[in-house]
Ligand binder design. Sequence first.
Ligand code: ADP
Ligand code: ZN
Length: 518
Amino acid sequence: MPAVYKQDQLFSNLKTYFGYDSFRTNQQDIVEAVLNKKDCLVIMPTGGGKSICFQLPALLLKGVTLVISPLIALMKDQVDGLNANGIAASYFNSSQTTQEQSAIIDRVLNANLKLLYVAPESLVGLQNILSERYISCVAIDEAHCISSWGHDFRPSYQQLGFLKKTLPNTPFIALTATADKATRQDIVKQLRIEHAQQYISSFDRQNITLEVRAANDRISQIIKFIRQKPNQSGIIYCLSRKTTEQLAKKLKTNNIPAAAYHAGLDFDKRSKIQEAFVRDQTQIVCATVAFGMGIDKSNVRWVIHYNMPKNIEGYYQEIGRGGRDGLKAHALLFHSYADVIQLRNFASGASNEDVQVAKLDRMKQFSEATTCRRKILLSYFGELMANNCENCDVCRNPPQFFDGTIIAQKILSAVYRLQETEAMGMIIDVLRGSHNAAVLAKGYQGVRTFGIGKDIAWKDWQHFVIQLINQGFCEIAFHKHNALQLTEFSKNVLFDGAKVALTKPVAVTEIKTPTKER
Ligand code: ADP
Ligand code: ZN
């Protein structure tokens, strides 16, 4: 088949319209595949350069490239940017009047438009032009939204399955930053592009140090962390709007200026915070996940997760906002069992509860890892790493195991004595012999295990209980007020002398960082 473009055309357009001298990894192959009318699936991390992959072919192909995008709020910015570069682009969505919409359709009919951004639910308004006479290419941005396996499923994406039927010979390019293997397979199936060429870029961001800490006394840990990094920009992600505000306030009272950002604030306020952050006028933003989408700031030096994210895709996307300039950045995640329980409860009753719970489990496994965290993260995205990264807390400070059989026996017998009806907090109170009201109300001061673990600190008990759960020696009954219960394995420990290896609790101060930070 004769090429529909010349090689030097690619480079001259890249330079003229986008100002770049060279392609990044995979970009040229993808552009050429689209120009050769091949369907493609592009998996590239945020900031990797997905836009070029369909914007450049759009310029060289006859007709208009449809860009399906879920974010109406960002369409205007993207289109403004393209127009500023001299590219004929527009968008079509429900925010426009009928006149505006028909003016756009006219531009398509008159071959006067190269890129048209459209929300999936607005496609019905484009019936007249959904033909191979006008459409040269279909780009599906944020393609994971089509899959209930993805972390951001949108029902409106499901109707995209019909598009390939209408446009069988048009190249389709599906793009996403976040897709594990199952999601990937689902995307091509649902879009009916099973034979699509797959381009999967590396997700490794070696410059980001990964660290997970137990969420005890988070605020003081955060204050200390920030004080060790003066004049650096950072984001603190929280689960609730209320937490973002409380945390920003706490930081301010400690002379650390920080802004709170969440979807409950009005548009102006949000834009102001965002702008001040991008311009380095606000150094720290305490935010919900609403913050960061579409923000182009390269010098974010650290990202803290005050709460555990609900899945690895979200976590990866959020830490990926750090160190875009390629310089060192630090991602610190606080791991709390209370968060896991809360996220588990959020998932409960959802239509895809199983998927959400499975994803939460993977997130939990990452947080509790005793092997290189980057290996776990990358393997989630289907990438295998031969060596340990040496840039995560586990690599730098490998956990030390000891014989924890007696500790395990104490915990499991407390669970047994309390008839598998109590949650972790009460089990530990009983082990430590607390005389608090809840213990006394239930008369637990009389059970046989009461006070057998006075010598171990509360948070160390917590550390051990969590490990027992991870190793399958006991489990949380989410539908029974999070009561701890025994498993098949517990019986081996309690009655058959099975040994249990536990790791020592790591004192936070022991985690070394390579650069001098004091
Ligand atoms: P994504 O959609 O994958 O998040 P973008 O397409 O928005 O990424 O690109 C991210 C950044 O990389 C942008 O600032 C863009 O200008 C830049 N970029 C993309 N391709 C190139 C290239 N070939 N050379 C230099 N910079 C590029
Ligand atoms: Zn590592």
